[in-house]
Design a protein around this ligand. Structure first.
Ligand SMILES: Cc1cc2nc3c(=O)[nH]c(=O)nc-3n(C[C@H](O)[C@H](O)[C@H](O)COP(=O)(O)OP(=O)(O)OC[C@H]3O[C@@H](n4cnc5c(N)ncnc54)[C@H](O)[C@@H]3O)c2cc1C
Length: 272
């Protein structure tokens, strides 16, 4: 046993103050990553600052071509939201495919984005949908946010208060689950934007975490169909390899998932 204090913040400013007053605090959202990590002693904190009752981190809104989701919204709230389904149905479908019902009712978009698990679903959508991560002090483009495995551009104590996604002309998501963890071994989010640009976000497979597949984006900008991907391949040297799949296997899996995502544009179901 070691001493641990639990503090519930009612505003972003209060959360930040409680965090700064402690010697080694952590923010608590759904707790689905943080608590197992602490239980295994992979992380030790003296104070947990609960973000789940902060009203300013809740809500979902559409304004023009932008969908904004509060950092405290759970996966269940996002996937069931009529605003999200209406604006970006494939995002609702992707979020509805995260984990299981228990995970979706506790896990939050802010926690998922801040944690940047290399196999998390959200980062692929954030990259493909040119998301902006809003924090208590600034806005960060998704392209600059996910810096390495479990690493982000967040400074110590910075809070993800919301995420804005660019509403695309069309988009699709497909993933291949790891049969043990059920996290994606490769997940690909493909989006064609209203200015004609194409963005492809990949999760689960990259050695450095989620990434944009630029070669596929260029090919798809000319011909937005699975045929455009013929002859394009990823360098296995960039891919993760483990007991579940070699780098070569994952490189191929990404290409297969990209093709499936293109076959699934605008769908209310993620292809799994
Ligand atoms: C059994 C299981 C299966 C899962 N399957 C999947 C899956 O298939 N796909 C997937 O994408 N995810 C999956 N997850 C992860 C889950 O979806 C959560 O997104 C993830 O655990 C983090 O969100 P959380 O709200 O639980 O964050 P927490 O665990 O509370 O926090 C995670 C980290 O982020 C920090 N943090 C939390 N909120 C903020 C914030 N607003 N600002 C700054 N820092 C913050 C915390 O301090 C901590 O370091 C799974 C989890 C479990 C337990």
């Amino acid at each position: 046993m070691y001493p641990l204090s639990y503090r519930r913040a009612s505003s972003v400013d209060e959360a930040r103050r409680l965090f700064q007053e402690a010697s080694d605090a952590a923010y608590l959202a759904g707790g689905h990553t943080l608590l197992p990590t602490m239980k295994q002693r992979l992380a030790v904190h003296d104070v947990l600052v609960d973000l789940t009752r902060i009203e300013a981190m809740r809500g979902i809104s559409v304004s023009g071509d932008t969908l904004t989701i509060g950092g405290g919204m759970t996966h269940a709230e996002v996937s069931e939201s009529s605003e999200v389904k209406g604006a970006i149905s494939s995002l609702a479908a992707m979020v509805g495919s995260i984990g299981d019902a228990q995970v979706r009712h506790r896990g939050t978009i802010g926690g998922s984005i801040a944690n940047n698990d290399p196999a998390a679903d959200y980062p692929s959508a954030a990259l493909a949908l040119a998301a902006t991560i809003k924090t208590d002090s600034r806005e960060i483009a998704a392209d600059d946010f996910f810096t390495a495995l479990y690493e982000t551009a967040l400074e110590e104590g910075e809070i993800v208060t919301g995420v804005s996604f660019r509403i695309p002309e069309t988009a699709g998501y497909a993933k291949f689950r790891n049969p043990a963890s059920r996290y994606p071994m490769a997940g690909v989010f493909v989006a064609k934007h209203k200015d004609g640009s194409v963005r492809v976000g990949v999760t689960g497979a990259g050695m450095e975490g989620a990434f944009r597949w630029h070669e596929a984006e260029e090919a798809l900008a000319g011909n937005f169909s699975g045929e455009a991907l013929a002859g394009i391949s990823l360098d296995p040297g960039m891919m993760m390899g483990d007991i579940h799949g070699s780098p070569e296997y994952r490189a191929n899996l990404v290409a297969v998932m990209a093709g499936r995502a293109l076959a699934n544009l605008g769908s209310a179901e993620a292809i799994i």
